[in-house]
Structure formats: structure tokens, C-alpha cells
Design a protein around this ligand. Structure first.
Ligand SMILES: Cc1cc2nc3c(=O)[nH]c(=O)nc-3n(C[C@H](O)[C@H](O)[C@H](O)COP(=O)(O)OP(=O)(O)OC[C@H]3O[C@@H](n4cnc5c(N)ncnc54)[C@H](O)[C@@H]3O)c2cc1C
Length: 413
């Protein structure tokens, strides 16, 4: 009998898994709490590498994969660490690889997160059910399978449930109530500045990912996102079925530090609206070089948002079964290191292959899921540890400036 797979969460990992299952003829439905494909504030630029490219190459139909590659931003020419007066402290040349020409193994380029979600949704219109926030699932005996209950009172049934529902995962809470996600205390105010009105960018920012070491208080990272061709035009050419929102070139910036570095208490920072956060970020860099200040001052204020940096603690192996988890739901990590999305996509490709084997009767379901979980825990928690190291880890207290350099350098470009 063919498997019915319910994916909870239509984010990066969940959509990639759904694409792959559908491509292999496995019955799949995605339940997403958002009311539509337009994303909540989760970040603008996301750096993807060969882990993501291989997974997407495996899971996406060829035209959607071409769309993915065609809508990537230009890779940076260099990575720089500068001080708040624009003095260059460190510079590394980029690879110069064009994401369009590169094969999956050498891909290294930024994507616009909203565009990526729209690309990954292409062709899944009849598979994604928006406005369904999972409250709980209930495992019954065969043949009823698992019952999923959503907050609007509706329910659904499936043979396999995949929690791809991010760091606050409802599926993980139920499956692995002992799994822990730690709050690192670091806070990031993220913003987006359009390249309009003759804004003058510092030279390192024009060249690529730039980390600014701003004295004792906060650090800032910024990266230019420039599209070789407007994504919506690429869609017309490569995959006319895709519906991509227009997006113009921009600079993403992130001002990072503990709440105290923004001059407020943590609760106050966490409760601020976009304008309040923007004011705090602007104040935190007010003594910096005018070009850096301008970058923050000229942001789209309503696009400013805050993230707290969480990191998963490794959960020991659990008995595999019909419910599993992927991505941030199980190995959430700080954005330092640029691995969260890349590993979520890896999970999706490996789990997809496992579920296809089970669907075809080539391997018992629990064994296939167990193999996926074993591999995922290894590279997933290794990536969490690497991201922690990039954030400075235990020596951050003693060497705050070095820790910040490490954090910022670790942010992949
Ligand atoms: C600002 C920022 C910058 C980042 N930069 C990078 C980078 O450069 N490179 C990189 O590799 N990673 C980066 N990351 C990390 C990356 O974004 C995440 O690791 C990645 O999105 C995880 O994918 P996911 O599918 O597991 O979860 P998500 O993409 O978070 O998707 C989870 C989905 O589940 C939905 N959901 C949640 N709860 C429920 C529920 N109960 N019922 C139904 N649906 C639910 C959510 O609405 C969401 O759509 C960054 C993260 C942030 C915040």
C-alpha cells in the first residue's frame, strides 16, 4: 500500500521534501500555518552551498531546479572584516563562480529567502494547505494511521508525519519532549536597505559579505544581494508556471549583540516593533563611519525585525517510527556558519530517499526512517557545534572581540 506523508511546515526543508516525494510519486500533503506563501520576517538573504544544491538537484523537477539557479544572487568577489571606521582588518578573495554555470558541487551563492520559498512552492499548489497550524498528532493503529489536529479545528490523516515546523516545532515537542533548545542570549536586529537614491556603499560591502567589528558593543554583518536578472523575468523564461514576487537588489544587514549592547533590557528589546528596533540599531552604530550609518539609516524601516539566536542541544538517538523531524525542528543553530538551511535541505533529500524506499516496499518504514535519523543526527549536530564555535562558544566571555570576529567570519558568504 502506498504511503501518505504529511509534512508539517512549508518552509525550506518541508517544501524540498514535498517536491522530492511528489517527483517520486509518493502521496504528500504539506500543512503550513502561514496563510499564504508570503513569508513572515525570517531574513532576506540566505547563503546556499553545495549541500543545498545537491539536495535541490535531487528533489526538484529540472525546470524548477533551473529556476532556483537562475534566481540566485551574484556571489561576492571577496569577504572582508573591517572596523567601524572602514579600516580593512582581513580580506579573502571569492571564488568568482557564477551560480548559473556551476554544477551542484561547486555552488556557493546567496538566495533571497522569499524567492526561494516561491521557487520551492512551484508545482505544489495542490499539495500545500495554508492556514493549518498543527496542534498535536495522535498515532492510532493501522489502517487509520496518524491523525493530525490543527488549530482551526480541522484534521487530516497520514501514515507518516514529518515535523519540518522550525525551531518551535510542535512535532518535536510531542515526539521528543526532552529535546532542548538553548537561548544563547545573542540578539540580531535584521534589516534591508534598498539600493536607491544614490546610496554610497562602503567598498568592502560592494565586493561581498562584510563583517564590521564595532568596538566593545555590537557587531554588524552586511551583504549585497544583486540579481543577474530579475527573478520574475527568469521565471517567464525558464518556468512560466512559477509565480515569483518582484524583488530589487538590496543590502541585508544584521546588528548583533546581547540586549545590553542595544542599551535596553532583553524584554524591552524582544517587545519592540519594527520602528523601535530600527531606532535601536541606528543608535548602536551612530558613532560609526557615515557610510555604515547610512546603510542602517536608509533601511526600509518596516522590514526591520529581531531574532534571538537559539541552538539545539544534541538529543540522543530515539526509537525510529512513523513520526520524524527535519531541519530547525531538530537541529536549530545560530545563523553563524550559514548551515541551517543547507542542512535542512540535506535532511529533506536523505529523508525523501528513505521514504521512497519504504513506499516501494524495498525497506521497512521504521528501518528507513532510522537510517535517515542516524545520518541526520551526525551531520546536523556537527553543524550545530560548528555554528556554536563560530559564535565564539565558551571563550566568548574572555575574548569578546575575537569571538565576534569568529562569529562574523563564520557567517558564510
Ligand atoms: C536571519 C537569518 C539568516 C539565516 N541565514 C542563513 C544562511 O545564510 N544559510 C543557511 O544555511 N541558513 C541560514 N539561516 C537558517 C535557516 O533560515 C534555517 O535553518 C532554515 O530556514 C530551516 O529550515 P526549516 O525548513 O527547518 O524551517 P523553516 O524554514 O523555519 O520552516 C518552518 C515552517 O514551519 C511552519 N510552522 C511552524 N510551526 C508550525 C505548525 N505548528 N504547524 C504548521 N506549520 C508550522 C513555519 O511557518 C515555517 O514555514 C538563517 C536564519 C535566519 C533567521
Amino acid at each position: 500500500m502506498s504511503l501518505r506523508v504529511a509534512v508539517v511546515g512549508g518552509g525550506i526543508g518541508g517544501l524540498c521534501l514535498a517536491q522530492g516525494l511528489r517527483r517520486s510519486g509518493v502521496d504528500v500533503a504539506v500543512y503550513e500555518r502561514d496563510s499564504g506563501p508570503k513569508m513572515r520576517r525570517q531574513g532576506y538573504r540566505i547563503h546556499l552551498d553545495s549541500r543545498a544544491a545537491r539536495a535541490l538537484h535531487e528533489c526538484l523537477p529540472p525546470d524548477v531546479y533551473e529556476l532556483f539557479r537562475g534566481t540566485l544572487g551574484r556571489p561576492g568577489a571577496a569577504l572582508s572584516v573591517i572596523d567601524e571606521r572602514l579600516k580593512v582588518l582581513h580580506r579573502t578573495e571569492g571564488t568568482g563562480l557564477d551560480p548559473r554555470a556551476a554544477d551542484p558541487d561547486s555552488l556557493s551563492a546567496p538566495a533571497n529567502r522569499q524567492t526561494l520559498r516561491e521557487v520551492l512552492s512551484t508545482g505544489l499548489e495542490d499539495v500545500i494547505v495554508y492556514g493549518r497550524r498543527l496542534v498535536e498528532y495522535h498515532e492510532a493503529d493501522e489502517p487509520q494511521g496518524i491523525r493530525l489536529r490543527f488549530d482551526d479545528g480541522s484534521s487530516a490523516r497520514a501514515d507518516v508525519v514529518v515535523g519540518a515546523d522550525g525551531v518551535g516545532s510542535a512535532v518535536r515537542h510531542q515526539l521528543l519532549p526532552h529535546a532542548r533548545v538553548a537561548d544563547t542570549g545573542a540578539r540580531c536586529v535584521y534589516g534591508k536597505t534598498p539600493l536607491t537614491g544614490g546610496i554610497e556603499l562602503p567598498e568592502p560591502v560592494r565586493e561581498g559579505f562584510t563583517a564590521v567589528i564595532g568596538g566593545a558593543a555590537v557587531g554588524m554583518s552586511c551583504a549585497l544581494v544583486r540579481f543577474p536578472e530579475p527573478p520574475e523575468r527568469v521565471a517567464e523564461r525558464v518556468c512560466p508556471a512559477a509565480r515569483l514576487s518582484p524583488v530589487a537588489d538590496y543590502v541585508m544587514w544584521a546588528v548583533t549583540g546581547p540586549a545590553a549592547a542595544f542599551g535596553v533590557a532583553d524584554d524591552d528589546l524582544l517587545g519592540r516593533d519594527d520602528a523601535g528596533l530600527h531606532r535601536l540599531a541606528a543608535a548602536a552604530v551612530s558613532g560609526w563611519h557615515p557610510q555604515l550609518r547610512e546603510l542602517v539609516d536608509r533601511a526600509d524601516v518596516e522590514e526591520t525585525f529581531l531574532i534571538r539566536i537559539n541552538t539545539a542541544e544534541p538529543t540522543p538517538a530515539w526509537p525510529p517510527g512513523r513520526v520524524t523531524v527535519l531541519g530547525d525542528a531538530i537541529h536549530a543553530m545560530s545563523p553563524a556558519g550559514g548551515s541551517g538551511a543547507n542542512t535542512a535541505l540535506m535532511d529533506a533529500a536523505i529523508l525523501r530517499a528513505a521514504l521512497v524506499r519504504a513506499d516501494r516496499g524495498e525497506q521497512p518504514l521504521a528501518e528507513a526512517v532510522g537510517e535517515y535519523e542516524h545520518r541526520m543526527r551526525e551531520y546536523g549536530y556537527a553543524a550545530v557545534a560548528a555554528s556554536d564555535r563560530n559564535m565564539g562558544g565558551l571563550w566568548a566571555r574572555r575574548h569578546p572581540v575575537l569571538a565576534r570576529i569568529a562569529w562574523l567570519l563564520g557567517k558564510r558568504w
